[in-house]
Ligand binder design. Sequence first.
Ligand SMILES: Cc1ncc(COP(=O)(O)O)c(C=O)c1O
Length: 499
Amino acid sequence: MELALFGAREDVMGNGAETVANAGTIGDEMWASGAISEAADRLVAEASSYNERIADVRPASPELAESFDELLFRAGETRGRGKLYPYLGSGAGNGALVELRDGSVKWDMITGIGVHYFGHGDPDLMREGVLGSIGDTVKHGNLQANWESYAFAETLLGEAKKHSGLRHCFLSTSGAMANESALKLCLQKHAPACRVIAFADCFMGRSIVMSQIGDSAGNRVGIPLSQHVDYMPFWDPDAAAQMGKARYIDMAVAHLVQYLDRYPGQHACFIFELIQGEGGFNVGDRDFFKALIDVCKDRGVAVWDDEIQTFGRTDRMFAYEHFDLGEYVDVFCVGKMTQVCATLFTEDYNPAPGLLSGTFTGETPTFRVGRRIVERLRDGNYYGPDGSNARHQRAFREQVGALMKKHPAWFPAVDGLGELCGGIGGMMRMTPFGGEKAKIAALSKILFEEGVIVFWCGHSPYHVRMLPPLGVMNESDWPRVFEVVERGMARAAKELGVG
Ligand SMILES: Cc1ncc(COP(=O)(O)O)c(C=O)c1O
């Protein structure tokens, strides 16, 4: 077999079928073709020769402004939304840097809200996509699938099984749909119980039911309420420190028991987003979660762990590993960074036939890229107290600390928020300008123009949020990123009259 450019793999060109004997099909011959392998290498090398020319931040080109605005307007017309968020990629990018169609190059510190952990133009992932695109169909379904979809599921389950009882996996094409499947599993298992418990400030996606569970009034305008939800306060380290941790946890447990007693036998599940994403990068606490989980286990309420935003980004691959809670998780969802969205569940939650299905599960390139991402996370040095996720978090905090020291007026204290810089691993937040919504939004826009793409999270206070492509970043990139951040913040402070 030909040696592939990105590491020789003695399999059928990495489509995941390497663990079974070659069946001798025409398809096997095609996947093993040296000519196809070489052609893929050549395609990737050619594309990379363009991507590699992207080496630093660059302002938009005035000559491209008109055509960019026109395309953005046309894009907005298709959505019926007027002018959209001003991002239209050119298709070229290099690691944490991405080129837009207006000719600008920016640090991508948000990566499609946490999707592109390996950044832009990654040759290895590009190769998986190229090879995936020569399969006989683009889409796989629940009725007719090629092996790649199950190869992805096996690889993900291989990691999940290490520290949890999760045994099976149902694939879908969005996080919201993975959550819908999770809810169905909980409802069927505990029927006729139909209430759910969720944390305040949680986000679950934008299907009709997930918009109702997600704790954001603006996301459910005009949606008739059909799902009963009881909200629990999330872990608040400052309140816990003030009143004493044990007392805080006792109060939370009493709160939960009150709900369960008010509606006996009517709760199907408790949704744990162990580190809140949209809610503000709020990091939970093991003792707090464990006390609530103990009540759930005692009262027959499913423990559902939504890791759609956290997966891969803490100091372990799974947030439940970070909190050492894997053995208690009944149902689990993942998406974003994995490219493929999935609902994992224990043997106990394996549903009756007919509950979960659908035309599409995903596409061959997506499955191949997703599988490779999980393999690279597994085999790399991302995790542990000195893994690169933890080291990048420290580097981020150092940069914010230096900014706070140099420009204290940009960082006034925020009521009820102990730290103005926080998060964990590849989930990073800072809270300048008092965490005021309008100012954080204006700052994000200015940072975008200056050359750093960020977004916001939280609900009063609002934070500047980063979900950077840590898989391709060096710690030495942070001073370069923050040089642009400081320039943008100085401009924003002036324009907004801060400090
Ligand atoms: C925790 C969490 N759950 C669910 C979702 C929904 O995922 P999707 O946007 O792919 O439907 C998100 C998206 O941000 C999320 O952060």
